[in-house]
Design a protein around this ligand. Structure first.
Ligand SMILES: [Zn+2]
Length: 114
């Protein structure tokens, strides 16, 4: 399952953070996921609990926020906010939107305990 490897790399990112910022336990993680990242939120929540076992994030609360995607219309050059790969430009109606943001997953905040 794709979400399991995402959950595992999330734990790795948190563990690296723990080394640089010197904390021992994570209580809450807020993630921001681009709507075009192709990540199934319920699957990620489920996998996270498994991946977090015996790590410093065990039992931590995972909060996922959606981030809408951004694109530029290649035809009329208007910036577009979208939630799908295949949507016509709302200004000129052309299907020529180039996505420039919305495929990332970032850790927005970590609530930790020393
Ligand atoms: Zn357009």
């Amino acid at each position: 399952m794709h979400e399991l490897s995402i959950a595992e790399s999330l734990i790795e990112m948190i563990e690296e953070n723990a080394l640089t910022h010197d904390f021992k336990k994570v209580i809450k993680i807020t993630l921001e996921i681009g709507v075009l990242a192709g990540i199934e939120k319920s699957a990620l929540l489920f996998c996270f609990d498994a991946a977090a076992k015996n790590s410093l994030a065990e039992g931590a609360e995972l909060v996922i926020q959606d981030k809408l995607a951004k694109g530029i219309c290649q035809h009329c050059h208007q910036p577009i906010i979208t939630s799908s790969w295949y949507e016509p430009c709302r200004f000129c109606g052309q299907m020529r939107i180039k996505i420039i943001d919305g495929e990332q997953m970032i850790i927005k905040s970590l609530q930790v305990e020393n």
